[in-house]
Design a protein around this ligand. Structure first.
Ligand SMILES: NC(=O)c1ccc[n+]([C@@H]2O[C@H](COP(=O)([O-])OP(=O)(O)OC[C@H]3O[C@@H](n4cnc5c(N)ncnc54)[C@H](OP(=O)(O)O)[C@@H]3O)[C@@H](O)[C@H]2O)c1
Length: 491
């Protein structure tokens, strides 16, 4: 595998990116514009009613972000004209056929120009409604593939999936693809059209019963988890992402396709600067809850490996995969991008870094007072968790239920509130449990081949760094990631 020059590769290229307002997409766009200002066009497909609202999103949610500050400084007054020259916004929706794009002139331009497509649009909510997740993470992949087949100069489609399509398996998880209809527990009969019918029937039933929007949402969320578990996946997100991969498998040989499977993506390691992050993502929600004094226990195995990878490394791996597959057709088509094999870190370390960081620099709450954190209680199995909940909350809830019945619903408000919170915690635990007790390592042999190619044949050394071995986790968490989430995520 030879990569050559990234600057030369990107020169005069047109790239289509779906989900342009997303976390990873923004980091990709910034990197391309920084590394090769002579890229021809970045077409960003975003959900928007029309072109005007798409432009509004470009300014507010993409280039208006701190992430673009270096680029803004570099271009000075010409930044706006540079952006309008290089970025073309496409209002659309990947869960619709033809990606919901209505501007035929723009479509023709895309079909004529685009050589590289990155599919980053997704619902990343683990507990998404099944109809939404299926429409986006599964059918959306098919619609994107159908769309890009019409790009006459297409050289590669990179679809970003997730390493956790593996479900709850343990051991070494290889970079293998899913066959159509393959399931994790061997239950036969998985079929995307049948799943769409299940969704349609359920929605029709609910409407016939006159269910409220809220009830429909709850029922569709439950349906997703139920369908995922029928076939062995732990939640709707990873189940629909796995089916999305199956959709691409059907197209093998028709268009050059790459699947990239990152693990848990964290803030930027180096570029455009360290510590940029957006939104509260999986493990960060733990850090936020801990620093604010909300997290009173940690559920999980502290010896489990938590596989995290900085976002700029994922973007670099993406670019390297694009270059490798646009020029040759290497036999590999799935790349797992994580750290568990080459530089594993454990929950124990995460807990320790959080404790040390927030003891030294406590979060100042709304009243201007520092939140004092301590070492939280660790519940290392589900039995301890159930006991903890029973003693601490469920007994109290039962007492409230009796008192409420005895005092003519006087405590109804308190009771309902507590019941809702407990149900919420139980649901979160149910959804995240597989990751807190995760017992697997992601193989990355294919990604390592890409790294080797980058090391030996990339003209611009260091531009595409994505080797997790070089990360000192303590330094990264204490000096980059935690300060990054405090700065960009804490509110
Ligand atoms: N972040 C992680 O830790 C992680 C880890 C592994 C894999 N991944 C994968 O990496 C990819 C990018 O993740 P991310 O963290 O950057 O996600 P993200 O920030 O949640 O962005 C998702 C993007 O998809 C867009 N989108 C949602 N519905 C759409 C629709 N119907 N049509 C068009 N666009 C739509 C969203 O647009 P709106 O702004 O309109 O909602 C948003 O721009 C995803 O495929 C995800 O599964 C992420």
């Amino acid at each position: 595998m030879e990569l050559g020059s990234v600057v030369q590769f990107l020169d005069n290229k047109s790239i289509l990116v779906t989900g342009g307002t997303g976390f990873l997409a923004k980091i990709f766009v910034e990197k391309i514009l920084r590394v090769q200002p002579n890229v021809k066009k970045l077409y960003l497909l975003v959900r928007a009613a029309d072109h005007k609202s798409a432009i509004h999103r470009l300014h507010n949610e993409i280039i208006g972000k701190d992430l673009f500050r270096n680029l803004k400084e570099k271009h000075g007054k010409s930044f706006t004209s540079f952006i309008s020259d290089k970025i073309s916004m496409i209002p659309g929706d990947i869960s619709r056929q033809d990606l919901g794009v209505e501007d035929s002139g723009l479509i023709q331009q895309v079909f004529k120009d685009v050589e590289v497509v990155l599919n980053l649009a997704a619902s990343t909510n683990f507990d998404e409604r099944y109809d939404v997740a299926l429409g986006l993470n599964t059918m959306g992949v098919k619609y994107v593939a159908d769309f890009v087949k019409q790009c006459v100069k297409l050289r590669v489609l990179v679809h970003v999936s997730t390493a956790y399509v593996s479900g709850e398996r343990s051991g070494l998880i290889l970079e293998n693809g899913y066959g159509v209809g393959e399931t994790l527990n061997g239950v036969a009969g998985l079929d995307v059209d049948a799943e769409r019918k299940v969704v349609e029937d359920k929605l029709n039933d609910l409407r016939l019963q006159g269910a409220s929007d809220k009830d429909i949402t709850i029922a569709m969320k439950d349906l997703g988890i139920h369908r995922a578990r029928v076939y062995g996946w732990p939640n709707t997100y990873v189940f629909t992402k796995a089916m999305g991969e199956m959709m691409l498998g059907e197209l093998k040989g028709v268009i050059p396709t790459v699947i990239l499977r990152p693990t848990i993506i964290t803030s930027t390691y180096k570029e455009p600067f360290s510590g940029w992050v957006e939104g509260t993502r999986t493990i960060d929600s733990l850090a936020v809850a801990y620093a604010k004094g909300i997290l009173t226990f940690f559920l999980g195995n502290l010896d489990s490996i938590v596989d995290v990878i900085p976002a700029d490394m994922v973007v670099n791996a993406m670019i390297a995969a694009v270059m490798a597959h646009a020029s040759h057709q290497p036999p590999e088509s799935i790349y797992q991008v994580g750290s568990s094999l080459r530089n594993p870190m454990k929950y124990f370390h995460l807990q320790d870094y959080g404790f040390r960081y927030f003891t030294n620099k406590p979060w100042i709450n709304k009243d201007g007072k520092p939140v004092i954190v301590g070492r939280v209680r660790v519940l290392d199995n589900m039995d301890s968790f159930h006991r903890y909940m029973a003693f601490r909350y469920l007994l109290l809830l039962k007492g409230l239920e009796w008192a409420n019945a005895a005092f003519c619903h006087f405590f109804q408000g308190v009771y309902s509130n507590m019941n809702r919170k407990i149900n919420y915690v139980m649901r979160l635990v149910d959804i995240y449990r597989p990751y807190l007790f995760f017992d697997a390592v992601f193989d990355d042999l294919n990604t390592e081949k890409l790294r080797m190619a980058a090391r030996t044949s990339l003209v611009e050394e260091d531009v595409l760094y994505f080797d997790p071995k070089c990360i000192d986790w303590e330094d990264y968490f204490m000096n980059i990631h935690i300060p990054g989430i405090v700065k960009h995520v804490f509110k």
